[in-house]
Ligand binder design. Sequence first.
Ligand code: ZN
Length: 170
Amino acid sequence: MNRHYIFLLQFIAMKRMYVVLVLASVLSACIPDLPTEEFSSETNPALENYFAAFEREAALRGFDINLADHDLISTIDEIEEDGVAGTCHYNSQESNRITIDLSFWRSANTSTRELVVFHELGHCVLFRDHLEDENNQNTCLSIMNSGTSGCNVRYANNREYYLDELFSLD
Ligand SMILES: [Zn+2]
């Protein structure tokens, strides 16, 4: 299973489809009652425990985060790109969107699921970029690594360390 590991956190920075927004504007001009600028926040029920854990771990480190306030749509769905476990798309004009790959989800244990969900929340909620630092044991120093640098995340045995690092925000 380890041979797929470095791809698990690969993050695809897809550009937003502005064309869709333009079409929506045209449509709303024809339909006066269509609500505009309405954000929606939806969480796949399978992710709720992980989201609650994220809020709890944030609170333990002094951050008051309520994910329901974050305009976040989260889904578990097949991601076409091989080896990508999750993506975060963010845009100031729309709800942020987290997608967790269904095949990954079915095969992963609780710890690895948490790792990927927290990584995507790191992008979409904490607005963190990738960080590729590693130590001389080839261990990633952050769960915000991209999965492409070749370091290994040893999350299950070092959860407290990684969560301290995740929430060490400026
Ligand atoms: Zn990422």
